[in-house]
Design a protein around this ligand. Structure first.
Ligand SMILES: [Zn+2]
Length: 460
Protein backbone atom coordinates (compact mmCIF):
# COMPACT_ATOMS: atom_id res chain seq x y z
CA UNK A 1 0.00 0.00 0.00
CA UNK A 2 1.31 3.46 -0.91
CA UNK A 3 0.06 6.26 1.31
CA UNK A 4 0.68 9.99 1.17
CA UNK A 5 0.20 12.36 4.10
CA UNK A 6 0.07 15.97 2.89
CA UNK A 7 -0.20 19.37 4.65
CA UNK A 8 1.32 17.83 7.77
CA UNK A 9 3.64 19.19 10.42
CA UNK A 10 6.42 16.58 10.47
CA UNK A 11 8.84 16.19 13.40
CA UNK A 12 12.28 15.42 12.00
CA UNK A 13 15.57 14.67 13.77
CA UNK A 14 18.45 16.81 12.54
CA UNK A 15 22.08 16.85 13.66
CA UNK A 16 21.50 19.66 16.15
CA UNK A 17 18.08 18.62 17.45
CA UNK A 18 14.47 18.39 16.32
CA UNK A 19 12.75 20.53 13.74
CA UNK A 20 9.13 20.66 12.60
CA UNK A 21 8.55 20.87 8.86
CA UNK A 22 5.31 22.82 8.42
CA UNK A 23 3.02 21.97 5.50
CA UNK A 24 5.14 18.98 4.54
CA UNK A 25 4.51 15.58 2.96
CA UNK A 26 5.34 12.15 4.30
CA UNK A 27 4.96 9.08 2.10
CA UNK A 28 4.69 5.45 3.19
CA UNK A 29 5.38 2.52 0.87
CA UNK A 30 4.51 -0.82 2.47
CA UNK A 31 6.21 -1.03 5.88
CA UNK A 32 8.60 1.85 5.23
CA UNK A 33 8.69 5.63 5.07
CA UNK A 34 9.61 6.42 1.47
CA UNK A 35 9.71 10.24 1.54
CA UNK A 36 9.71 13.24 3.90
CA UNK A 37 9.83 16.75 2.43
CA UNK A 38 8.01 19.74 1.01
CA UNK A 39 7.65 18.70 -2.63
CA UNK A 40 4.77 16.31 -3.20
CA UNK A 41 6.09 13.23 -5.03
CA UNK A 42 4.27 12.57 -8.31
CA UNK A 43 3.22 8.94 -7.83
CA UNK A 44 0.10 6.81 -7.84
CA UNK A 45 -1.13 6.65 -4.25
CA UNK A 46 -3.55 4.12 -2.79
CA UNK A 47 -4.46 6.56 -0.04
CA UNK A 48 -3.96 10.34 0.26
CA UNK A 49 -4.71 12.04 3.59
CA UNK A 50 -4.88 15.69 4.44
CA UNK A 51 -3.12 16.21 7.78
CA UNK A 52 -3.89 19.90 8.35
CA UNK A 53 -3.76 20.67 12.07
CA UNK A 54 -1.87 17.46 12.85
CA UNK A 55 1.74 16.72 13.63
CA UNK A 56 3.38 13.47 12.58
CA UNK A 57 6.07 12.22 14.94
CA UNK A 58 7.82 8.88 15.52
CA UNK A 59 5.88 6.30 17.52
CA UNK A 60 6.96 6.30 21.17
CA UNK A 61 9.12 3.51 22.58
CA UNK A 62 8.20 2.21 26.02
CA UNK A 63 11.49 0.54 26.93
CA UNK A 64 10.32 -0.95 30.22
CA UNK A 65 6.93 -2.37 31.08
CA UNK A 66 4.98 -5.33 32.38
CA UNK A 67 1.95 -5.06 30.12
CA UNK A 68 -0.48 -7.52 31.71
CA UNK A 69 -0.21 -5.56 34.96
CA UNK A 70 -3.14 -3.57 33.60
CA UNK A 71 -5.01 -6.27 35.54
CA UNK A 72 -3.59 -4.89 38.80
CA UNK A 73 -3.70 -1.21 37.87
CA UNK A 74 -3.02 0.84 40.97
CA UNK A 75 -3.09 -2.11 43.36
CA UNK A 76 -1.28 -1.53 46.65
CA UNK A 77 -1.08 2.23 46.21
CA UNK A 78 0.89 3.78 49.04
CA UNK A 79 3.03 0.74 49.90
CA UNK A 80 6.85 0.74 49.59
CA UNK A 81 8.34 -1.56 46.92
CA UNK A 82 9.02 -4.66 49.01
CA UNK A 83 5.60 -4.66 50.75
CA UNK A 84 3.92 -3.62 47.50
CA UNK A 85 5.42 -6.66 45.71
CA UNK A 86 4.88 -9.18 48.50
CA UNK A 87 1.47 -8.05 49.76
CA UNK A 88 -0.30 -6.48 46.78
CA UNK A 89 1.25 -7.90 43.61
CA UNK A 90 2.77 -11.39 43.97
CA UNK A 91 -0.35 -13.01 45.60
CA UNK A 92 -2.58 -11.75 42.77
CA UNK A 93 -0.06 -12.63 40.05
CA UNK A 94 0.07 -16.18 41.44
CA UNK A 95 -3.61 -16.54 40.49
CA UNK A 96 -3.20 -15.28 36.92
CA UNK A 97 -3.96 -17.68 34.08
CA UNK A 98 -2.90 -17.69 30.44
CA UNK A 99 -6.24 -16.10 29.52
CA UNK A 100 -5.61 -13.31 32.03
CA UNK A 101 -2.26 -12.54 30.40
CA UNK A 102 -3.92 -12.38 26.98
CA UNK A 103 -6.59 -9.92 28.09
CA UNK A 104 -4.25 -7.86 30.30
CA UNK A 105 -1.77 -7.52 27.43
CA UNK A 106 -4.50 -6.64 24.91
CA UNK A 107 -5.84 -3.99 27.29
CA UNK A 108 -2.32 -2.55 27.60
CA UNK A 109 -2.04 -2.49 23.81
CA UNK A 110 -5.24 -0.44 23.59
CA UNK A 111 -3.92 2.07 26.06
CA UNK A 112 -0.54 2.23 24.31
CA UNK A 113 -1.99 2.63 20.82
CA UNK A 114 -4.37 5.35 21.99
CA UNK A 115 -1.47 7.29 23.54
CA UNK A 116 1.08 6.82 20.75
CA UNK A 117 3.30 3.92 21.80
CA UNK A 118 4.37 1.68 18.93
CA UNK A 119 6.88 -0.57 20.70
CA UNK A 120 7.35 -1.98 24.19
CA UNK A 121 9.81 -4.07 26.18
CA UNK A 122 7.60 -6.40 28.19
CA UNK A 123 9.01 -8.56 31.00
CA UNK A 124 6.35 -10.90 32.37
CA UNK A 125 5.18 -14.45 32.83
CA UNK A 126 3.46 -16.47 30.07
CA UNK A 127 5.41 -14.61 27.34
CA UNK A 128 4.14 -16.96 24.59
CA UNK A 129 0.59 -15.83 25.29
CA UNK A 130 1.66 -12.19 25.36
CA UNK A 131 3.72 -12.64 22.15
CA UNK A 132 0.72 -14.03 20.31
CA UNK A 133 -1.40 -11.12 21.56
CA UNK A 134 1.13 -8.56 20.28
CA UNK A 135 1.37 -10.45 16.99
CA UNK A 136 -2.39 -10.27 16.48
CA UNK A 137 -2.62 -6.60 17.46
CA UNK A 138 0.48 -5.41 15.59
CA UNK A 139 2.45 -3.47 18.25
CA UNK A 140 6.20 -4.18 18.30
CA UNK A 141 7.37 -6.00 21.41
CA UNK A 142 10.60 -7.30 22.93
CA UNK A 143 9.37 -9.98 25.32
CA UNK A 144 11.18 -11.78 28.09
CA UNK A 145 10.06 -14.40 30.56
CA UNK A 146 10.85 -13.12 34.06
CA UNK A 147 14.24 -14.51 35.07
CA UNK A 148 13.71 -15.30 38.74
CA UNK A 149 15.40 -17.71 41.13
CA UNK A 150 15.10 -17.70 44.92
CA UNK A 151 16.97 -20.82 46.03
CA UNK A 152 20.71 -20.21 46.29
CA UNK A 153 21.48 -23.92 46.56
CA UNK A 154 19.51 -25.12 43.54
CA UNK A 155 21.40 -25.96 40.36
CA UNK A 156 20.15 -24.13 37.23
CA UNK A 157 19.47 -27.50 35.59
CA UNK A 158 17.07 -28.38 38.41
CA UNK A 159 15.31 -25.04 38.22
CA UNK A 160 12.62 -25.28 35.49
CA UNK A 161 12.61 -21.57 34.78
CA UNK A 162 16.16 -21.73 33.39
CA UNK A 163 15.04 -24.02 30.59
CA UNK A 164 11.78 -22.10 30.14
CA UNK A 165 13.61 -18.79 29.61
CA UNK A 166 15.88 -20.40 27.01
CA UNK A 167 13.07 -22.39 25.38
CA UNK A 168 10.88 -19.30 24.89
CA UNK A 169 13.61 -17.70 22.79
CA UNK A 170 14.52 -20.84 20.86
CA UNK A 171 10.91 -21.67 19.99
CA UNK A 172 10.23 -18.17 18.71
CA UNK A 173 13.43 -18.27 16.68
CA UNK A 174 12.45 -21.65 15.22
CA UNK A 175 15.41 -23.40 16.88
CA UNK A 176 13.48 -25.65 19.26
CA UNK A 177 10.27 -27.61 19.32
CA UNK A 178 7.33 -26.44 21.34
CA UNK A 179 7.57 -28.05 24.73
CA UNK A 180 4.66 -28.72 27.11
CA UNK A 181 5.32 -25.38 28.81
CA UNK A 182 4.84 -23.49 25.55
CA UNK A 183 1.72 -25.45 24.68
CA UNK A 184 0.16 -24.48 28.00
CA UNK A 185 0.71 -20.83 27.08
CA UNK A 186 -0.43 -21.23 23.49
CA UNK A 187 -3.68 -23.21 23.62
CA UNK A 188 -4.01 -22.79 19.85
CA UNK A 189 -0.91 -24.94 19.27
CA UNK A 190 -2.39 -27.97 20.97
CA UNK A 191 -3.95 -29.33 17.78
CA UNK A 192 -1.38 -28.27 15.21
CA UNK A 193 1.85 -28.54 17.26
CA UNK A 194 3.01 -25.47 15.35
CA UNK A 195 3.40 -21.86 16.38
CA UNK A 196 0.31 -19.90 15.30
CA UNK A 197 0.85 -18.42 11.85
CA UNK A 198 0.32 -14.84 13.12
CA UNK A 199 3.09 -15.25 15.68
CA UNK A 200 5.45 -16.81 13.15
CA UNK A 201 4.81 -13.90 10.76
CA UNK A 202 5.34 -11.29 13.51
CA UNK A 203 8.65 -12.93 14.46
CA UNK A 204 9.74 -13.15 10.82
CA UNK A 205 8.96 -9.47 10.28
CA UNK A 206 10.88 -8.52 13.45
CA UNK A 207 7.79 -7.05 15.16
CA UNK A 208 7.96 -9.64 17.95
CA UNK A 209 11.36 -10.44 19.47
CA UNK A 210 12.40 -12.64 22.36
CA UNK A 211 14.91 -11.40 24.93
CA UNK A 212 16.31 -12.70 28.21
CA UNK A 213 15.59 -11.08 31.52
CA UNK A 214 17.05 -11.24 34.99
CA UNK A 215 14.51 -9.79 37.39
CA UNK A 216 17.13 -8.18 39.63
CA UNK A 217 20.16 -8.89 41.77
CA UNK A 218 17.90 -9.53 44.79
CA UNK A 219 15.54 -12.01 43.10
CA UNK A 220 18.17 -14.13 41.32
CA UNK A 221 21.10 -16.29 42.39
CA UNK A 222 24.71 -16.42 41.21
CA UNK A 223 24.13 -19.82 39.62
CA UNK A 224 21.06 -18.67 37.73
CA UNK A 225 22.70 -15.46 36.46
CA UNK A 226 25.71 -17.51 35.35
CA UNK A 227 23.51 -20.03 33.55
CA UNK A 228 21.62 -17.30 31.65
CA UNK A 229 24.86 -15.47 30.88
CA UNK A 230 26.46 -18.65 29.53
CA UNK A 231 23.41 -19.56 27.44
CA UNK A 232 23.28 -16.06 26.00
CA UNK A 233 26.97 -16.00 25.16
CA UNK A 234 26.00 -18.14 22.16
CA UNK A 235 22.40 -16.91 21.70
CA UNK A 236 23.31 -13.19 21.53
CA UNK A 237 19.99 -11.83 22.81
CA UNK A 238 19.26 -8.63 24.70
CA UNK A 239 18.90 -8.81 28.47
CA UNK A 240 16.30 -6.85 30.42
CA UNK A 241 17.23 -6.27 34.10
CA UNK A 242 15.92 -4.19 37.04
CA UNK A 243 18.93 -2.50 38.66
CA UNK A 244 19.24 -0.36 41.81
CA UNK A 245 15.57 0.59 41.91
CA UNK A 246 15.48 1.14 45.68
CA UNK A 247 18.06 2.37 48.14
CA UNK A 248 17.45 -0.73 50.27
CA UNK A 249 18.15 -3.12 47.37
CA UNK A 250 21.25 -1.17 46.40
CA UNK A 251 22.70 -0.93 49.93
CA UNK A 252 21.91 -4.56 50.84
CA UNK A 253 23.77 -5.71 47.75
CA UNK A 254 26.79 -3.65 48.78
CA UNK A 255 26.64 -5.14 52.30
CA UNK A 256 26.32 -8.69 50.97
CA UNK A 257 28.79 -8.52 48.11
CA UNK A 258 30.91 -5.39 48.70
CA UNK A 259 29.81 -4.25 45.28
CA UNK A 260 26.83 -2.47 43.72
CA UNK A 261 24.23 -4.41 41.71
CA UNK A 262 25.68 -2.96 38.48
CA UNK A 263 29.21 -4.03 39.51
CA UNK A 264 27.83 -7.46 40.35
CA UNK A 265 26.24 -7.88 36.92
CA UNK A 266 29.45 -6.61 35.28
CA UNK A 267 31.51 -9.18 37.22
CA UNK A 268 29.06 -11.94 36.21
CA UNK A 269 29.79 -11.12 32.56
CA UNK A 270 26.20 -10.26 31.70
CA UNK A 271 27.02 -6.66 30.79
CA UNK A 272 29.23 -7.91 27.96
CA UNK A 273 25.92 -8.73 26.28
CA UNK A 274 23.43 -6.05 25.15
CA UNK A 275 21.62 -5.02 28.33
CA UNK A 276 18.82 -2.54 29.01
CA UNK A 277 18.59 -1.80 32.71
CA UNK A 278 15.43 -0.38 34.24
CA UNK A 279 15.38 2.25 37.01
CA UNK A 280 19.08 2.70 38.00
CA UNK A 281 17.91 5.23 40.61
CA UNK A 282 20.76 4.56 43.01
CA UNK A 283 23.61 3.87 40.56
CA UNK A 284 26.97 5.40 41.45
CA UNK A 285 29.28 7.44 39.24
CA UNK A 286 31.35 4.30 38.83
CA UNK A 287 28.22 2.37 37.77
CA UNK A 288 27.48 5.04 35.14
CA UNK A 289 31.05 4.68 33.87
CA UNK A 290 30.58 0.90 33.60
CA UNK A 291 27.26 1.39 31.77
CA UNK A 292 28.83 3.78 29.26
CA UNK A 293 31.80 1.46 28.68
CA UNK A 294 29.63 -1.64 28.26
CA UNK A 295 26.88 0.08 26.25
CA UNK A 296 24.19 -0.63 28.87
CA UNK A 297 21.02 1.43 28.32
CA UNK A 298 19.48 3.12 31.36
CA UNK A 299 15.70 2.93 31.12
CA UNK A 300 14.30 5.81 33.14
CA UNK A 301 10.88 5.23 34.77
CA UNK A 302 10.19 8.54 36.50
CA UNK A 303 6.54 8.00 37.46
CA UNK A 304 7.05 4.53 38.95
CA UNK A 305 10.16 5.62 40.85
CA UNK A 306 8.43 8.66 42.32
CA UNK A 307 5.17 6.86 43.13
CA UNK A 308 6.95 4.06 45.01
CA UNK A 309 9.02 6.66 46.84
CA UNK A 310 12.30 5.38 45.42
CA UNK A 311 13.68 8.71 44.23
CA UNK A 312 14.71 9.41 40.65
CA UNK A 313 17.57 8.46 38.37
CA UNK A 314 20.29 11.05 37.74
CA UNK A 315 19.61 11.45 34.05
CA UNK A 316 21.73 14.53 33.24
CA UNK A 317 24.74 12.82 34.87
CA UNK A 318 24.03 9.58 33.00
CA UNK A 319 23.88 11.40 29.66
CA UNK A 320 27.05 13.35 30.50
CA UNK A 321 28.76 10.03 31.29
CA UNK A 322 27.86 8.79 27.79
CA UNK A 323 25.06 6.37 28.78
CA UNK A 324 22.21 5.72 26.33
CA UNK A 325 19.04 6.75 28.22
CA UNK A 326 15.59 5.47 27.23
CA UNK A 327 12.20 5.91 28.86
CA UNK A 328 9.57 3.52 30.20
CA UNK A 329 6.37 3.41 32.19
CA UNK A 330 7.08 0.25 34.22
CA UNK A 331 3.97 -1.82 34.99
CA UNK A 332 0.83 0.20 35.44
CA UNK A 333 0.36 -1.03 38.99
CA UNK A 334 3.07 1.43 39.97
CA UNK A 335 2.29 4.22 37.54
CA UNK A 336 -0.88 3.88 37.02
CA UNK A 337 -0.92 4.27 33.25
CA UNK A 338 1.12 3.58 30.11
CA UNK A 339 1.19 7.16 28.87
CA UNK A 340 4.64 7.98 27.50
CA UNK A 341 3.81 11.69 27.11
CA UNK A 342 3.47 11.83 30.89
CA UNK A 343 6.88 10.14 31.26
CA UNK A 344 8.51 12.70 28.94
CA UNK A 345 6.92 15.56 30.85
CA UNK A 346 7.95 14.19 34.24
CA UNK A 347 11.48 13.29 33.08
CA UNK A 348 11.99 16.91 32.06
CA UNK A 349 10.50 18.42 35.23
CA UNK A 350 12.27 16.11 37.67
CA UNK A 351 15.71 16.67 36.13
CA UNK A 352 15.27 20.44 35.94
CA UNK A 353 13.81 20.72 39.43
CA UNK A 354 16.42 18.48 41.03
CA UNK A 355 19.31 20.24 39.31
CA UNK A 356 17.72 23.69 39.85
CA UNK A 357 18.66 24.23 36.21
CA UNK A 358 16.17 24.68 33.34
CA UNK A 359 18.91 23.61 30.90
CA UNK A 360 19.55 20.29 32.71
CA UNK A 361 17.91 18.37 29.83
CA UNK A 362 17.18 19.68 26.35
CA UNK A 363 13.96 19.03 24.46
CA UNK A 364 15.95 16.93 22.00
CA UNK A 365 17.37 14.77 24.80
CA UNK A 366 13.87 14.12 26.16
CA UNK A 367 12.43 13.25 22.74
CA UNK A 368 15.43 11.02 21.98
CA UNK A 369 14.81 9.13 25.23
CA UNK A 370 11.20 8.43 24.20
CA UNK A 371 12.01 7.43 20.62
CA UNK A 372 15.35 6.71 19.03
CA UNK A 373 17.28 5.84 22.22
CA UNK A 374 14.64 3.29 23.21
CA UNK A 375 14.66 1.89 19.69
CA UNK A 376 18.44 1.45 19.90
CA UNK A 377 18.12 -0.30 23.29
CA UNK A 378 15.64 -2.79 21.84
CA UNK A 379 17.72 -3.49 18.72
CA UNK A 380 15.33 -1.67 16.39
CA UNK A 381 17.60 0.87 14.77
CA UNK A 382 15.31 1.19 11.74
CA UNK A 383 12.69 2.90 13.93
CA UNK A 384 12.42 6.01 16.10
CA UNK A 385 12.99 8.66 13.41
CA UNK A 386 10.76 9.90 10.60
CA UNK A 387 13.08 9.52 7.64
CA UNK A 388 12.96 7.74 4.29
CA UNK A 389 14.14 4.15 4.70
CA UNK A 390 12.96 3.86 8.31
CA UNK A 391 9.97 1.72 9.34
CA UNK A 392 6.66 3.57 9.18
CA UNK A 393 6.03 3.66 12.96
CA UNK A 394 4.22 6.99 13.02
CA UNK A 395 1.76 8.76 15.27
CA UNK A 396 -0.35 11.83 14.55
CA UNK A 397 -0.98 14.48 17.21
CA UNK A 398 -3.99 16.82 17.13
CA UNK A 399 -2.39 20.26 17.31
CA UNK A 400 -5.70 22.14 17.48
CA UNK A 401 -6.66 21.35 21.10
CA UNK A 402 -6.84 24.44 23.36
CA UNK A 403 -3.71 23.42 25.29
CA UNK A 404 -1.70 23.12 22.05
CA UNK A 405 -2.27 26.64 20.68
CA UNK A 406 -0.54 28.87 19.87
CA UNK A 407 2.22 26.55 18.68
CA UNK A 408 5.07 29.00 19.19
CA UNK A 409 7.51 26.18 19.94
CA UNK A 410 5.93 22.97 18.62
CA UNK A 411 8.82 20.74 19.76
CA UNK A 412 8.47 21.90 23.37
CA UNK A 413 4.69 21.50 23.14
CA UNK A 414 5.17 17.76 22.67
CA UNK A 415 6.93 17.55 26.05
CA UNK A 416 5.17 20.18 28.15
CA UNK A 417 1.64 20.49 26.73
CA UNK A 418 0.69 17.36 24.80
CA UNK A 419 -1.44 14.67 26.44
CA UNK A 420 -1.56 11.03 25.42
CA UNK A 421 -5.16 11.63 24.40
CA UNK A 422 -3.99 14.10 21.73
CA UNK A 423 -2.84 11.10 19.66
CA UNK A 424 -5.35 10.71 16.84
CA UNK A 425 -3.61 8.03 14.74
CA UNK A 426 -1.07 5.29 15.44
CA UNK A 427 0.65 3.36 12.66
CA UNK A 428 3.08 0.44 12.98
CA UNK A 429 4.99 -0.89 9.97
CA UNK A 430 2.76 1.16 7.65
CA UNK A 431 -0.47 -0.20 9.09
CA UNK A 432 -2.94 2.08 10.88
CA UNK A 433 -3.83 0.27 14.12
CA UNK A 434 -5.70 3.10 15.86
CA UNK A 435 -7.48 6.21 14.68
CA UNK A 436 -9.86 8.65 16.39
CA UNK A 437 -10.93 6.25 19.13
CA UNK A 438 -11.19 3.20 16.91
CA UNK A 439 -8.98 0.12 17.27
CA UNK A 440 -8.67 -1.84 14.04
CA UNK A 441 -7.03 -5.00 15.43
CA UNK A 442 -8.72 -5.26 18.84
CA UNK A 443 -12.31 -6.05 19.78
CA UNK A 444 -12.72 -3.30 22.36
CA UNK A 445 -16.04 -4.46 23.81
CA UNK A 446 -14.95 -8.06 24.32
CA UNK A 447 -11.57 -7.06 25.73
CA UNK A 448 -13.18 -4.69 28.23
CA UNK A 449 -15.67 -7.33 29.35
CA UNK A 450 -12.93 -9.97 29.73
CA UNK A 451 -10.66 -7.56 31.59
CA UNK A 452 -13.29 -6.59 34.15
CA UNK A 453 -14.24 -10.23 34.69
CA UNK A 454 -10.60 -11.23 35.17
CA UNK A 455 -9.99 -8.36 37.57
CA UNK A 456 -13.11 -9.23 39.61
CA UNK A 457 -11.93 -12.85 39.90
CA UNK A 458 -8.31 -11.97 40.79
CA UNK A 459 -9.38 -9.54 43.50
CA UNK A 460 -12.49 -11.45 44.55
ZN1 LIG B 1 9.73 -3.25 36.15
Amino acid sequence: MKMLFRNASVLVREDDGYNVLQGACLAVDGEYISYVGFDEPDEDWDVVRDMSGKMLMPGLVNAHGHSAMTLVRGAGSGLPLERWLNEAIFPVEAKMTVDDIVVGTAWACMEMLASGTTQIADMYDYPFAAALTYAKIGIKANLARVGLCFDKEIEPGDWPRTAECINFINVLDGKADINPEAMRELPETAETMALPAELKAAVASGRVKADFSLHSEYLTTDKFVKAISEANSVMHKRVNIHVSETEKEHMECILRRSKTPMEYFADMGILDQPVYAAHCVWVTDRDLKIMAEKGVTLVHNPTSNLKLGNGHARIPEAIAAGVNVALGTDGCASNNNLNMFEEMHLAALVAKGAEKDPTALTDAQILDMATVNGARALGRTDTGILKAGFKADIIAIDMTAPHMLPALDPVALLIYSAQGSDVCMTMVDGKVLYEDGEFFTIDREKTEKDLLEASARLFG
